[in-house]
Design a protein. Structure first.
Length: 671
């Protein structure tokens, strides 16, 4: 290469230089390759991706400076859309965990499904540093979901906390999930700080909400803090209340190391990342730790705080909440509720969590059987992050090998399905959701075979015949409805239509009423919430809790397509509901299944008796289009040949049921 070509090239290279920049509001530095003329300009985080970050020596945080007395662990609980995530954003901004920008919306809602739906699905942790009266405090914040389907996330988060911020909307007041979350915190004996949010709204009425809190929760109105999380009004008072009112964790650095795993997720490169609450002692990088559940030994590769992104440190101490990576490669190794301790210092395991009770079951199958191994891996990794899902192997004649999954509700099922598609690119077929029924067997042979007189049925295809059963039992739930009193009549009519029994009805103020009903779970699990919202113009709220089982007159209803039963569409219904339910299902299937080249008969049957039928007409080709006249027998011959072809197609043709039909078929439209 000639010298004339080399010298201009060198001049261009020399114009670039490596610069170290400290990032504003973070104790982090990054190395950036930039043009010389850009030396004095700021580093824009959106323009550069930090592959490796180092802790700035001046900003290094020594966690040993935070004894348990200066640590506060708290979570934010509330009804849906009362401003939990917005308050979390303001708290992160005020303590310098994130920079103050317009883009800070739902910072802790990291999942794509959370940002699309505008709801919190996963509880997220963030550590905040706050100076109060000359002392530096470490505040560990956990933002929790508000929907009833994700209440298990709330109960898990509460186990790592000593106090809660109970957020109530100044416009809407106390809602059903506010009541449910209050009792979760109350039963765990946590300090409750009531916070009235959205006081900047035009119709805000904080006085009315304070009187509701005093009447329903027996908390003095003087303890309520009025804020606007959106505008940042009085948010400083919330931080002061957290420090002054919430007690520090009862933990000592001198005790042996003991930590509770309260959440975990899977990283493709580092393996399992476990979120832990340290209940005693300390742990450092390189320590050998053991799992109480599996009795396996691991070496700590990395640990640190979540601020809200991972912030590696050298040690974690008693009372602190952080993350730990210890080379767990299998998703089954990080059990939520497990206790971790040092190998040379065994300790008594901490009480774990009550396993979540699945309320809705559905079959999940790959689109193609060749995708089975990939889908199995995706489900295993996602259930590590969402431990409330139960998994059983299952198979179907029509759909092949798959799983029977248990969820806490229909929204939980939809979110799980959406996360499978978005995070693991897995396309699945989900069958019609059902609830777990029970049957009391009368046959001695079957009792011996099952090992118990009472069996649980999660798949309607396995529903036992009436001749071998003494009685069927269906799951019941105690539902709480809060609504303006103007909608009481409509709501009572809806509840009666769903076989509900009224248990209680009280006015919480002069405009709002709280009703308690005992519902069959099957009647509320699919579309009750949507109908309640539409009946009450969106003002009613609903929450339910498990209330055991009750005897019921149940029967199995099959759906036949051209005389062939479709196992995936089999449902269990109450006898008095069989005819209207079968008719409605046939009508919805008629709308959901696309027309074919042959006629499809959609039938609902109980045993051998057909109780409802709809016909999906075939596409019809005009075979007479080429005939312009002539003898009628020529036309008759063509029509006869077409009819024979259609008959043959109907006999051997497969009817394809689209995957959304399995959900649509259960949705009801109330008259």
């Amino acid at each position: 290469m000639s010298v004339s070509l080399v010298s201009p090239l060198l001049r261009r290279v020399v114009q670039f230089k490596l610069y170290r920049r400290k990032i504003h509001n973070y104790s982090m530095t990054c190395t950036v390759l930039r043009h010389r003329w850009m030396k004095g300009l700021p580093v824009f985080s959106s323009g550069f991706r930090m592959v490796s970050t180092q802790t700035d020596k001046q900003g290094t945080i020594d966690l040993s400076k935070f004894p348990a007395e200066r640590i506060r662990n708290f979570c934010i609980i509330a009804h849906i859309d009362h401003g939990k995530s917005t308050l979390a954003d303001r708290l992160l901004e005020m303590t310098g965990a994130i920079a103050k920008t317009e883009k800070n919306k739902q910072v802790l809602d990291k999942l794509q499904v959370e940002r699309e739906r505008g709801i919190t699905v996963k509880a997220q942790t963030a550590s905040l540093f706050y100076s109060h009266e000359g002392e530096q405090y470490l505040l560990n914040l956990i933002d929790t979901p508000g929907h009833v389907d994700f209440s298990y996330e709330v109960s898990r988060s509460i186990s790592a906390c000593q106090g809660v911020l109970l957020i109530v909307d100044a416009n809407q007041g106390i809602q059903a999930q506010t009541v449910a979350n209050f009792y979760l915190a109350f039963e765990a004996q946590l300090t409750i700080i009531p916070v009235i949010n959205k006081i900047d709204l035009k119709n805000a009425d904080p006085e009315r909400v304070e009187s509701q809190i005093e009447k329903v929760f027996d908390i003095p109105r003087e303890e309520c803090i009025r804020i606007s999380a959106k505008q940042g009004t009085n948010v400083e008072m919330v931080l002061q209340a957290v420090v002054n009112r919430i007690p520090p964790p009862v933990a000592s650095i001198d005790d042996p190391f003991k930590a509770l795993v309260f959440d975990s997720n899977f990283d493709h490169y580092r393996g399992v990342v476990a979120n832990i609450a340290v209940f005693g002692g300390q742990v450092r990088k390189g320590d050998k730790i053991m799992s109480a559940h599996l009795a396996k030994t691991y070496e700590v590769n990395e640990l640190g705080l979540l601020r809200p992104d991972e912030h590696p440190t050298q040690k974690l101490f008693a009372g602190q909440v952080g993350y730990i990576i210890a080379g767990m490669k299998d998703v089954k190794e990080a059990q939520i509720g497990d206790t971790l301790y040092l190998q040379e210092q065994p300790v008594k395991a901490l009480p774990g969590f009550k396993p979540a009770k699945a309320m809705v079951f559905a079959g999940m199958y790959p689109m193609d059987q060749s995708e089975y191994p990939g889908l199995r891996s995706a489900i295993e990794r996602l259930t590590l992050n969402d431990s409330s899902v139960t998994v059983q192997r299952d198979s179907s004649l029509a759909l092949g090998a798959g799983w029977r999954l248990g969820f806490l509700g229909l929204l939980h099922m939809e979110v799980f399905n959406q996360r499978l598609e978005q995070e693991y690119n897995a396309s699945v077929i989900v069958t019609a959701p059902t609830v777990p029924y029970k049957a009391v067997l009368s046959s001695a042979k079957l009792i011996k075979e099952h090992g118990s007189e009472e069996i649980t049925i999660v798949n309607p295809a396995h529903f036992p015949d009436r001749s071998v059963v003494s009685e069927y039992l269906e799951p019941m739930v105690l539902g709480t409805i809060l609504a303006p009193d103007t909608y009481t009549g409509k709501i009572m009519a809806l509840c009666l239509n769903r076989r509900a029994i009224q248990k209680n009805m009280v006015y919480i103020d002069d405009q709002r009423v709280m009703m308690k009903y005992l519902f069959p779970l099957n009647e509320v699990v699919v579309d009750f919430y949507d109908l309640l919202k539409s009946l009450s113009s969106g003002y009613a709220s609903f929450d339910y809790e498990n209330a055991g089982y009750q005897a019921a007159d149940l029967i199995k209803m099959d759906i036949l397509l051209n005389g062939r039963p479709v196992e995936e569409l089999t449902t269990i219904v109450h006898r008095e509901r069989a005819y209207p339910s079968g008719k409605a299902m046939c009508e919805r299937l008629k709308d959901s299944i696309p027309r074919q080249m042959f006629e499809i008969a959609v039938q609902a049957a109980i045993g051998s008796k057909i109780i409802a039928r709809e016909t999906i007409k075939a596409f019809r080709k005009n075979v007479l289009a080429k005939c312009y006249g002539g003898d009628i027998t020529r036309k008759m011959k063509l029509l006869k040949r077409q009819a024979e072809g259609k008959k043959k197609m109907r006999r051997i043709g497969n009817v394809e049921v689209p995957k959304d039909a399995f959900i649509n078929v259960l949705k009801r439209k109330e008259k």
